[in-house]
Design a protein. Structure first.
Length: 141
């Protein structure tokens, strides 16, 4: 009889875990939906700001204001790279690593010396334990 009681207790435990997991999934879905709505709502403002800046820019302004000038040659570039510490992020970390590698390649082809500041165990682990990047200094936090 103890075995039947133990099985019932185990079944109840699994059912309550399933219920908690489903609730957590619903909360995460709700938060993601709200974040997506905020991004969509901000697009008209970003487009309007881009249009205003495009209307303001003239080549004569670049002579007067140094922030409007395009850099002629890049010297040193610092790249901040933030990943998660744990793996339950789907393709998030993989996409960040791939895009960072592309960006480092672009900067190095322009002749820049790249310093990579990595935050998060996944990114630090990738760049530290693989010799994927040759000319890049890696700083981890």
């Amino acid at each position: 009889m103890a075995k039947t009681r133990e099985l019932r207790r185990r079944i109840k435990s699994v059912e309550s875990t399933r219920q908690i997991t489903k609730t957590m999934e619903m909360v995460a879905t709700s938060r993601l939906k709200r974040a997506q709505d905020r991004v969509v709502a901000a697009r008209p403002y970003a487009q309007a700001l881009s249009d205003v800046l495009a209307d303001l820019y003239e080549p004569t302004l670049a002579e007067r204001f140094p922030l409007f000038r395009q850099p002629e040659r890049r010297g040193r570039v610092a790249l901040l790279f933030i990943t998660s510490n744990r793996g339950l992020c789907g393709g998030f970390n993989a996409n960040l690593i791939r895009r960072t590698n592309q960006r480092i390649g672009e900067l190095e082809s322009d002749g820049a010396e790249v310093e990579l500041y990595a935050i998060g165990r996944k990114g630090i682990g990738f760049f530290k334990y693989t010799n994927f990047i040759k000319n890049c200094k890696i700083w981890s936090y």
